[in-house]
Design a protein around this ligand. Structure first.
Ligand SMILES: Cc1cc2nc3c(=O)[nH]c(=O)nc-3n(C[C@H](O)[C@H](O)[C@H](O)COP(=O)(O)O)c2cc1C
Length: 195
């Protein structure tokens, strides 16, 4: 099990874990919209509502995030792979042609599927990244949203609920088997990857 590895192999192995994708946005020092693609965004705490993401310590966005103290998390939908790529490359106007509206936290990308307004609470240096922890003070979801964008092994796909194989093959509960038998037919959701 234990084998030596280099950075490329480490990155490749991490790619086996599918993640959602966000664009973290804020307002820059000159009032300009700023944002970067980010798949390290996760929830931390429900009470109080805390989230976190990791920013590379060379990230230009991180400088503006620190200055502003606030950001907007834009959770991307299935058809926003190209948009995500755009927010990961240097020396382009990432917002050109992208519909967005201003908010106190940062730009809200109009076609995202959910948005959260966040205030930075803490930063922790971790290797070549910085862990940014923030409190969520507002949110909105698109109830009609299509599927989310999923990042996996360097490519983009989406999510669709699969039939539950356990429920499909479960025998009907034995007479008198009691409440425990119903556990077998409890629906679960599994992700299927569409490259
Ligand atoms: C799918 C995807 C996910 C990414 N996730 C992160 C991340 O979690 N943290 C990070 O620092 N960079 C992440 N990146 C890379 C940044 O978006 C990229 O380095 C960008 O150029 C940073 O912009 P900045 O230097 O203007 O801040 C990701 C890129 C892609 C394509």
């Amino acid at each position: 099990m234990v084998a030596p590895f280099d950075a490329t192999e480490f990155r490749r192995a991490l790619g086996y874990l599918p993640t959602g994708v966000t664009v973290i946005t804020t307002t820059g020092r000159f009032g300009q919209p700023v944002g970067m693609a980010c798949n390290s965004f996760v929830s931390v705490s429900l009470q109080p509502p805390l989230v976190m993401f990791c920013a590379g310590n060379g990230s230009a966005t991180l400088i503006d995030l620190r200055e502003s103290g606030r950001f907007c998390v834009n959770i991307l939908g299935a058809d926003q792979g190209q948009l995500c790529r755009r927010f990961s490359v240097k020396d382009v106007d990432r917002f050109a042609g992208v519909p967005w509206t201003g908010s106190a936290a940062g730009p809200q990308l109009c076609d995202a599927i959910a948005w959260m307004s966040c205030a930075i609470e803490a930063e922790h240096v971790a290797g070549d990244h910085v862990i940014v922890i923030a409190q969520v003070n507002g949110l909105r979801v698109n109830e009609d949203a299509a599927a989310p964008l999923v990042f996996h092994r360097g490519g983009f796909g989406s999510f669709s609920a699969a039939a539950d194989p356990v429920a499909a093959t479960a025998a009907p509960p034995r007479r008198g088997a009691g409440a425990g038998a119903s556990v077998l037919s409890t629906a679960t959701r599994t992700a299927s990857w569409r490259p």
